[in-house]
Ligand binder design. Structure first.
Ligand code: HEM
Length: 501
């Protein structure tokens, strides 16, 4: 053996020994440090079999009873820290947000669908900061007044659509949500039922609802071949190329139309036009056109795919189940607004019971019950528990909203819980429904305006009652199913919506 091969062998040996030591060191440290308590799991699968793949948060919330406010479990090798109380989520995700604002979405499934550039999936990096800056400027509380006219017009159209076919209320709610967000982001006014942008959006969301859900994510991670099933074959809706094409169309079509209308001077005020204008002549944001296009695209997806439709469906369900609460809100509207016009945003501060009803709708059935996971950038210690780098933290909104210490009789729908002893609205605005820290939902003020406008206009115009069957008996709806995709939503259920006039 020559001197040089000996030193090479020695160097290789040292590197190998160091690598093994580092690996063992990390493993031993993980063991030695007290991870938060949690249920024992199986090798590789971890706690996967203890979860209902469609509604995993139900197990998270049950574990709170056994293990407390902070629970550790593992799914397919990924460590998950479940934050079961508002206080723990604030401590970690808000107060230590510098360490807990990453995401773990670099999954091959997202890449194959080209969804990984969407802000919700972006890591905590410069691109995410550029998106966030844009969204903050267009969606912060004092900027969202710009969207009021579109939200009110959408609510008036919603009332007209429900009046003409009340049984299709769910379709009308979806249409309302889509029309409001298309107008807010692209100044796109729907061209009747056949609007090409709307059609592409609805088809795309339908495909995404079937694909970008926990069950599909697990299946397509374990069996990537599923993404190549031809689109015409059974299960072909998982076809990656088809979904990619659809998503591209959803993003490109309304943006191209906005650019055309900007060029011809026809575009009105909207998020996209303002963002392009703001950044066009500055060097603040690199590659700003792509950033603006992607930011618009995700707003439009989040705004129509996300929580608004689900929250309004929860509201309709609550109104069927709690007629006396519906009546109280209607009495308030009748006294404050009168019966000659529909409510608008100037009435909002004078309608405290309706405000409480809005908050209770967010609380009673949170539409994003397990939150969106935040990922830790570095190891951390919290209340004596070791939280490893790369751990995924879930803020369990279901456990927070059903906590009987904060909300006595939590399963009941009671807007009254949001008033203090003097009859004033309390400070609990149920903000946790929109997440925490640097990742908190940037669309929450827009969402609040859209949901409030729809609720106020529906209550002013209709009585929402249980449906009757052919024999005139009340149809029971307690056992309705819930659809679980990007958000959790009651499956369309029968009810009777009749004009109050
Ligand atoms: C009731 C309606 C809505 C609910 C309950 C809701 C809830 C949420 C939640 C829980 C998150 C994750 C926050 C976190 O990581 O801690 C989120 C993220 C997000 N939401 Fe919403 N949302 C709603 C409506 C909207 C609307 C209308 C828009 C657009 C106008 C929107 C845009 C976004 C965006 C862009 C993100 C990603 C933020 C990031 O990762 O930095 N959301 N939302």
């Amino acid at each position: 053996m020559t001197a040089s091969t000996t030193s090479l062998a020695l160097a290789t040996g040292v590197v190998f020994a160091l690598a093994v030591r580092a690996l063992l060191g990390r493993k031993n440290r993980d063991r030695a440090q007290a991870l938060p308590p949690g249920p024992p799991g199986l090798p590789f699968l971890g706690n996967l079999l203890q979860l209902d793949a469609k509604e995993p948060w139900l197990a998270f919330t049950q574990w709170k009873e056994i293990y407390g406010d902070i629970v550790y479990c593992k799914l397919l090798g990924q460590g998950i820290v479940v934050l079961n109380s508002h206080e723990t989520a604030v401590e970690l995700l808000d107060k230590r947000s510098a360490n807990y604002s990453d995401r773990m979405w670099g999954s091959s499934m997202l890449q194959s669908y080209q969804l990984d550039d969407m802000i919700v999936f972006l890591p905590h990096d410069d691109k995410w900061r550029a998106h966030r800056r844009l969204l903050h400027q267009g969606l912060r509380q004092d900027a969202v007044k710009m969207y009021y006219p579109g939200q009110l017009q959408g609510a008036v159209d919603l009332v007209e659509n429900i009046r003409s076919s009340p049984e299709a209320y769910y379709t009308h709610i979806r249409r309302f949500t889509a029309s409001v967000i298309l107008r807010a982001v692209y100044d796109h006014q729907l061209d009747g039922d056949d609007d090409a942008v709307l059609r592409t959006l609805e088809e795309g969301i339908d495909l995404m609802n079937r694909n970008v859900v926990p069950v599909s994510a697990i299946l397509s991670t374990l069996l990537p071949v599923l993404r190549y099933i031809p689109s015409w074959a059974p299960g072909g809706w998982r076809n990656a190329a088809q979904l990619r094409h659809m998503i591209r169309e959803m993003l490109d079509m309304p943006f191209a139309s906005l650019e055309q209308r900007l060029a011809s001077g026809e575009a009105g005020d909207c998020f996209g036009a303002n963002a392009l204008e703001r950044f066009r002549n500055t060097d603040k944001v690199k590659d700003f056109e792509t950033i603006v296009k992607d930011a618009c695209g995700f707003l439009y997806l989040a705004g129509s795919w996300g929580g608004n439709t689900s929250s309004l469906s929860v509201f309709i369900l609550a109104m069927v189940l709690y007629p006396e609460i519906q009546k109280r809100a209607q009495d308030e509207i009748d006294i404050v607004v009168g019966t000659d016009r529909l409510p608008d945003f100037t009435d909002r501060p004078s309608l405290p019971y309706l405000e409480a009803l809005y908050r209770e709708t967010l609380r009673w059935r949170p539409v994003v019950p397990p939150g969106v996971p935040h990922v830790s950038t570095n190891d951390d210690i919290f209340q004596g528990h070791y939280i490893p780098k790369g751990g995924s933290l879930k803020s369990d909104h279901e456990a927070m909203s059903q906590n009987p210490e904060n909300y006595p009789d939590p399963s009941a729908f009671k807007p009254e819980r949001f008033f203090d002893q003097d009859g004033n609205l309390n400070d609990d605005t149920v903000d946790y429904a929109f997440g925490f820290g640097r990742r908190i939902c940037p669309g929450r003020h827009v969402a609040s305006g859209s949901i409030w406008a729809a609720m106020a206009n529906i209550l002013a115009s209709f009585r929402i009652e249980p449906a009757k069957d052919a024999a005139g008996n009340t149809v029971k709806i307690e056992d309705i199913g819930w659809s679980c995709a990007a958000t959790v939503c009651p499956k369309p259920f029968p009810c009777s919506i009749v004009s109050r006039k």
